[in-house]
Ligand binder design. Sequence first.
Ligand SMILES: [Fe+2]
Ligand SMILES: [Fe+2]
Length: 341
Amino acid sequence: MSAKEKLAHTMEFPPDTEQPNVYPLSWPSKTRKMEEIWSAAQRETWDPEALPWDTFDPESYSWEEREAIAYWWTLLSVFDGSAPPVFAAAMIKTYEDHEEDPVRSCFFSVTRDEHNHEQVCRLAITKLLGSPGPLDHEPRSELGRKAQRNARWLYYNGGRYWNGYKTAVPKYSLAVLFSSFLMGEIAAATIFQQMAANSTEPVFTEAFRNIGRDEGRHMAICMSLMERDYPHLSEADKEVITKQIRAGYMFLSAVLFEPPEDFWDLPEDFISVQRECEEVARMAGFGVPTYEAKKENWRNAMLNLKGVLDKYDTPFPAIPEVGITGKEITDIEMEDIIPVF
Ligand SMILES: [Fe+2]
Ligand SMILES: [Fe+2]
């Protein structure tokens, strides 16, 4: 039968619609917790443009300080810049899978939130550097020049995972995808709260407080989906999850801790330049946590996640970098990773 052939005059009701079809035409709701999170997302919505940007005067900082703080926002952008399309793809999957309505809504809210976070990066970088692109900016200080080289390498590395992600989304169940998302959300919720507490500029404090609250909701979304789906995980799924947790650790360490050498392709002085930028930013009143505080935060996030996985008999990978023992996972490539922030 040709696709164009008209059927309506030959039968009373149309044939069944081929599945998966992207529009479910029903709004079932089973997971009460997800409805609550979606309502909270609606209540807590905010506008990055409406933050008190007029109280922030970049000219009161030296160029070195401006470029060091902009470097941190650029580092965040390497992750948050891809978050809107990454979650938009996951949201489409919730529609194709005919997920319950609050799950679809929650993924919509994450997409919107991540777009807000990305917009904060845009506004902060534009204010600090006077131009909307950190890679096109003409550095004004020696540290700014080194920071830009770091940023170029980060951008190059981050650019390698989108194709892998696009093939992973249709291949894996939402349950597998959530476990990768969750680790980013757990750690992000804490780090942004720390940054809110330690930043002196009101605009950054408020931005970090809002972002931290959003990340807390994202974490709750992943948690409730895990509670719903993890009791029915297959052994094959468990294996993928263990590997993805290790991959997520390697990937997200770059922003939440420090990038592991064997996974990130970076110049030798990368870490020392990043530490120098963070020190200058911290001294200028921008609340990047210290090496020790980041390590502690990251380790706690891993232990939290381990607690969740243990509950569902899913092996946790060894993370010797922060002193966590578990299943040895090797040969992870940038192309293998799902996690986002
Ligand atoms: Fe985010
Ligand atoms: Fe998030």
